[in-house]
Write a protein that binds this ligand. Structure first.
Ligand code: MGD
Ligand code: MGD
Ligand code: SF4
Ligand code: MO
Length: 750
């Protein structure tokens, strides 16, 4: 690769993965600009992409596999030794204690998901059935609701909906759809459209809103029940639409009839008239799109709120008009919940979408139970920092017989592992993400590496392939024959691969690794890891042939899949792979009768209980509510370890209202001690009138340790999960209430 050159790639700092062009100076990304040719982002970026070079050039990249010795120190070992010992270690634990004894955590970040396709093969080879990842501390409640109502995932069309509602979501900073800031400004400037923001904080998005509902923290269930109550009470429901397109309508609406709206309004802290006018605006709109996110998914009543907001927009007929299900080249996870989810053998909690609840992983390991987890396989995730109650997770890792972490850096999680395997960075290997949720158009982008892997590090597909070989999973598979077929073109390879998969179960088990070792070897330099997507491309063509053709691909059967695959593998600007008509939304529903199932009777008692006495989670000891993990201008989960990437808010300030600041006697910039039931920390205070009295916010992703060149490790800011506890969570999905942590503040002497 040449120096001083622009390379087409993507920003990896949030799920949008905006297309960028990066200029390389040796191995450093020195300049970044938006890629105007990119099918999704069309040149858009936010300020974070421009500083993504701090990811690629971070100090302390891992360059050798490491083994932890009995004194706790790490020894560098060669790759062959590492692969042999990790394979033997997992095999031994599973052999002695059964497949329940191992858990796979992670499998992808914001910009890398090919990892997950290869990790899945390793899981199948080892027989690991337990798994989890960050989705099981945010989206499993939503998935439980969506599975019941739609049998699949739905997404709002914010770019063109008449009314856009952001519920505990600040897209100005957190994005979540293409060109978020441009779209927000467009809605704000258009008198015929409306933006409704439901958030206790006057966020950057709230500033642009037509209606800002300043809900009391944790009050969303009351607010949404009230809006639904008004829709029913004032006869604003789309009755004809509901008759044609939904089941369970009468039994659901019955619950909301004659609700005391004034009482609910009082509880959520919003004026009854404002609630009524919002309900009327929703009912009068031709399309409504709602985005729920962590502000409700990590707060009291989270699963219930996920349900109530969907009752709201379906009662006004917004499925297919602002929302719809969508295609997915690879589904991020399953949205097929039925309410009869299997229970975890140790903790008894439901395994929603196949994922062990994050808040219970540590307890499941530390439990004195014969089926407890004793082996942890972690990749592309930093759970010792990102999961509730970090100290408990660290203890759980230490209690395991074996743990392995695959990462690019010595993270908080890697520092607890028995084996640490160094991965190539996201600019040093082919990558993609599985976050595509577009409708009527959906896109996917496979991006080639722009750099060689750092010496000593390997791309994950190669790590998994080596593990598979060591475990004997490829023995007896005629890889040469498949490779030869691949040389003869895609049709020949498709024939040969399908036949091999049908006649030999080992081919299906090692799936993506077989593709990597055969088709992958025939792809251009650096692209072998993309081979896993070959199967997905063919599957997409089989599932949605008309939509794939409408997106511009030609052919029938395998030929259509080949056309799509060949475009994907050679289009770093991304590919629109399905194009639907708007009215195809109902074809994509996965319910048996292709109708919305409005009723989830399991939640009806919780709705009735909203009229009981309202629970209060604060106390005299902990009078504040802390939102632990806010998204800001320079936060990006724990992807950016170098604090120098932040142009402002260097330490990640604790935000509080002027009233609270004066009552406890702190000024802007002072140090303040925050104490919760889980722990205590000192932060720098930012006094801001965007905060409501009684409400505090700390950013997400701070408190990482980093050693500047030649220096000692430094920790900047507060790690939010030193303040959280695993028992503080939703009763159904066990998702944490990080946005509602009771807290106390004390000034720190200057
Ligand atoms: N800059 C940046 N962008 C990111 C990320 C990042 O780390 N940094 N991470 C990405 C990831 S993984 C995710 S999941 C998304 C998350 O994206 P968001 O969910 O949008 O991010 P948050 O800032 O955590 O929370 C959203 C809002 O919830 C509000 N909130 C707090 N308590 C309540 C409440 O009780 N009710 C309501 N209605 N609102 C409340 C907060 O004030 C905040 O404005 O962001 C993604 N994008
Ligand atoms: N208190 C509190 N906790 C939270 C949140 C909150 O709001 N409050 N937010 C939660 C949410 S929504 C999420 S999504 C999670 C995110 O937390 P995690 O799922 O743990 O993910 P990341 O922080 O994105 O960490 C990604 C890891 O991948 C590594 N990495 C980067 N590139 C590569 C690569 O190419 N290969 C490999 N193998 N590794 C790589 C990084 O070094 C990092 O260790 O945090 C959650 N934790
Ligand atoms: S952080 Fe900004 S530039 Fe990067 S993917 Fe997200 S929205 Fe795009
Ligand atoms: Mo997330």
């Amino acid at each position: 690769m040449t120096e001083h050159d622009w390379h087409t790639t993507a920003c990896i700092l949030c799920s949008n993965n905006c297309g960028i062009e990066a200029r390389l100076d040796g191995r450093e990304i020195t300049r970044v600009r938006g890629n105007k040719r990119h099918v999704g982002s069309k040149g858009y970026t936010c300020e974070k992409a421009l500083r993504v070079g701090h990811y690629q050039s971070m100090q302390g990249r891992l360059t050798s596999p490491l083994r932890r010795e009995s004194d706790g120190s790490y020894t560098e070992i060669d790759w062959d030794t590492a692969i042999r010992e990790v394979a033997a270690g997992f095999r031994r634990v599973i052999g002695e204690h059964g497949t329940d004894a191992a858990l796979y955590y992670g499998g992808g970040g914001q910009g890398n998901h090919l990892v997950g396709a290869y990790g899945a093969a390793t899981r199948r080879i080892l027989g690991i059935t337990r798994r989890s990842n960050a989705l099981a501390q945010e989206k499993t409640g939503e998935a439980w609701v969506e599975g019941r109502m739609f049998g699949t995932h739905t997404h709002g069309h914010f770019a063109d909906a008449e009314v856009a509602v952001f519920l505990g979501k600040n897209p100005w900073h957190s994005h979540g759809f293409d060109e978020a800031r441009r779209v927000l400004k467009e809605i704000a400037a258009d008198d015929s459209r409306a933006m409704i923001v439901i958030d206790p904080r006057r966020t950057e998005t709230a500033e642009l809103a037509d209606v800002w509902l300043r809900v009391a923290p944790g009050g969303d269930a009351y607010l949404l029940a009230a809006i639904v109550g008004v829709l029913v009470d004032e006869g604003l429901t789309a009755d004809r639409w509901l008759r044609d397109n939904a089941n369970g309508v009468a039994e659901t609406t019955e619950l909301f009839r004659d609700l005391p709206i004034a009482t609910l309004a009082d509880r959520c802290g919003i004026d009854e008239e404002q609630i009524r006018s919002v309900a009327r605006r929703l009912a009068g709109a031709s399309s409504v799109a709602v985005y729920e996110d962590l502000g409700i998914e990590m707060a009291p009543n989270s699963t219930l709120v996920s349900y109530l907001q969907r009752v709201m927009w379906n009662l006004v007929g917004a499925y297919g008009a602002g929302h719809s299900a969508h295609t997915a080249m690879v589904p991020l996870f399953s949205y097929g919940a039925t309410g009869n989810e299997p229970l975890d053998p140790v903790t008894g909690s439901p395994i929603i979408s196949g994922l062990t609840p994050c808040n219970e992983i540590a307890d499941g390991i530390l439990a004195d139970h014969p089926n407890r987890v004793r082996a942890l396989f972690i990749e592309s995730a930093n759970p010792a920092h990102s999961l509730a109650e970090s100290d408990k997770f660290r203890r759980a890792m230490q209690a395991c017989d074996i743990s392995v972490v695959i990462d690019i850096a010595m993270t908080e999680t890697a520092a607890e592992a028995d084996y640490v395997l160094p991965a190539a960075s996201q600019y040093e290997k082919v990558e993609t993400t599985f976050f595509g949720m577009g409708f009527p158009d959906n896109w996917m982008c496979i991006r080639p590496p722009i750099l060689e892997p750092l010496e000593g590090a390997l791309p994950e597909p190669e790590i998994h392939a080596r593990l598979a070989r060591e475990l004997g999973a490829l023995d007896g598979i005629d890889l040469d024959a498949l490779r030869a077929a691949a040389e003869h073109g895609d049709a020949a390879f498709a024939d040969a691969f399908m036949q091999a998969a049908m006649s030999d179960p080992r081919v299906a088990t090692a799936g993506s690794i077989v593709l990597y070792e055969t088709l992958g070897r025939t792809l251009p330099q650096g692209m072998a890891g993309a081979a896993a997507m070959w199967f997905s491309a063919h599957q997409a063509a089989m599932r949605w042939p008309d939509a794939v053709r409408a997106a511009g691909f030609e052919g029938e059967g395998t030929a259509l899949g080949t056309a799509l695959w060949e475009a994907l593998i050679s289009s770093p600007d991304g590919v629109v792979f399905t194009r639907h008509d708007h009215d195809a939304a109902f074809d994509l529903l996965q319910t048996p009768d292709r109708k919305v199932q409005l009723a989830i009777p399991d939640l009806f008692d919780d709705i009735r209980a909203l009229l009981d006495e309202m629970p209060v989670y604060t106390s005299a000891e902990f009078p504040f509510v802390l939102s632990a993990g806010e998204r800001r201008s320079f936060t990006a989960n724990t992807i950016m370890r170098d604090p120098g990437w932040r142009k402002r808010d260097a330490e990640g300030a604790l935000r509080l209202s002027p009233d609270d600041a004066s009552s406890i006697g702190v000024a802007d910039g002072d140090r303040v001690r925050i104490t919760t039931p889980g722990g205590s920390a000192v932060a720098v205070a930012e006094v801001t009138d965007t905060m409501m009295a009684g409400h505090l916010a700390l950013p997400n992703g701070l408190g990482l340790s980093y050693s500047p060149a030649g220096g000692d490790p430094e920790v900047t800011g507060v790690a939010p999960n030193e303040l959280t506890t695993t028992d503080w969570c939703d009763p159904i999905a066990k998702t944490p209430w990080h946005k509602h942590v009771p807290a106390r503040l004390d000034p720190v002497a200057r």
